[in-house]
Design a binder for this molecule. Structure first.
Ligand SMILES: NC(=O)C1=CN([C@@H]2O[C@H](COP(=O)(O)OP(=O)(O)OC[C@H]3O[C@@H](n4cnc5c(N)ncnc54)[C@H](O)[C@@H]3O)[C@@H](O)[C@H]2O)C=CC1
Ligand SMILES: O=C(O)C(=O)Cc1ccc(O)cc1
Length: 310
């Protein structure tokens, strides 16, 4: 039986996320044809070596011709230029979606360029790593992870159902919310942790004498966890900071207040306050694990992407 959900999928951007989608689509046979497009010749060549698609082109406009699903997986700051490039070449009835980490800005950049005859359904898979580029992707990345859609009002329910089904086939759990809410939630659960990691690793690096020896030598401690996040792609995270500015600043201001309060508790030896906070935060970690959201020990049952049992 055929698993084909779309006749032609155009992947614009073939880094960590685009290439992970490509691997799943090809393993599961979800598309009649996969067309890969990216901006740099080197990345396109690598995508071809990795056999991520059926056709390869430097032109996003050419890639979307005849495609019934277009997935834009580029740094969020490049969304408008991609939208402008593909707009006139989109097939009537095509679904255009994206994977960007911020939603209000991507919508503001892309929607004005989308013709009436396509379905623009912005999305965001909450799955990834600190790595980037086509070699970093892998099949199964989206399994057991959330994918959030922020469909504009009046979105065609059939098109939405098709794109939801696509992500569910990749193993994701799908949710919908408005873009502003998405951006606030992601500011605290994803963007701030990265910013804090960039900051602490930067501070340690500024303390030259420490960095030269002790930081590397003793990095088996908590610092090591921060260095993973702080190794994330600079272009992608510069764009996230610039394109979710308001929500990030709001959360940072709240964070700074709470940090000052923690600082005061340490200065004045307020052990009860420290103990209460650390007890509360430990419970948060426990509830994440109980909800099955722990990265180290996920158990989401068998999935189409699992290797077949012998
Ligand atoms: N890395 C992660 O963990 C996650 C990233 N995202 C989002 O997915 C999107 C892609 O991220 P990654 O795949 O990690 O990045 P990546 O750096 O691995 O890949 C980006 C791709 O976009 C292409 N590209 C860059 N600038 C471009 C431009 N101006 N025009 C056309 N193509 C361009 C690159 O050639 C590359 O193929 C970003 O919007 C990011 O916010 C979403 C979830 C997780
Ligand atoms: O590597 C990690 O820990 C991540 O948090 C990956 C990630 C990065 C950006 C997103 O928008 C979603 C997921």
């Amino acid at each position: 039986m055929s698993n084909i959900q779309f006749e032609r999928i155009a992947l614009i951007g073939i880094g960590l996320i685009g290439s992970s989608i490509a691997r799943d689509v090809r393993e599961l046979g979800l598309a009649g044809e996969v067309v890969v497009s990216t901006r740099s010749t080197e990345t396109l060549k690598r995508a071809e070596e990795l056999d991520l698609g059926d056709r390869y082109t430097m032109s996003a406009a050419e890639a979307v011709e005849g495609a019934d699903l277009v997935i834009v997986s580029v740094p969020v700051g490049a969304s408008e230029s991609v939208a402008k490039e593909i707009a006139a070449h989109l097939e009537p009835g095509a679904i255009v979606t994206d994977v960007g980490s911020t939603k209000a800005s991507v919508i503001a950049q892309m929607q004005p360029h989308m013709p009436e005859h396509v379905h623009f359904i912005p999305g965001h898979p909450l799955a990834g790593t600190e790595k980037s580029g086509p070699d970093a992707g892998f099949a199964g990345l989206f399994r057991g992870r959330w994918c959030i859609f922020t469909p504009p009002e009046g979105t065609d329910p059939e098109a939405l159902a098709k794109v939801r089904r696509f992500w569910e086939t990749l193993g994701s759990m799908v949710d919908e919310m408005d873009p502003e809410h998405h951006d606030k939630v992601l500011a605290i659960v994803s963007h701030l942790p990265h910013i804090i990691a960039y900051n602490i690793v930067g501070t340690a690096d500024d303390l030259q004498t420490v960095t030269e020896s002790e930081v590397i030598k003793y990095s088996a401690s908590g610092f090591r966890d921060f260095t993973r996040l702080a190794a994330s792609d600079p272009t992608m995270w510069r764009d996230v900071c610039l394109h979710n500015k308001d929500a990030i600043l709001e959360m940072l201001s709240r964070f700074s207040e709470d940090l000052a309060s923690l600082q005061r508790a340490i200065r004045w030896g307020d052990g009860d306050k420290l103990f209460d906070l650390f007890t509360r935060t430990r419970a948060v970690r426990r509830s994440i694990i109980e909800a099955g959201q722990d990265v180290e020990a996920p158990d989401f049952g068998r999935h189409a992407l699992d290797p077949k049992p012998n």
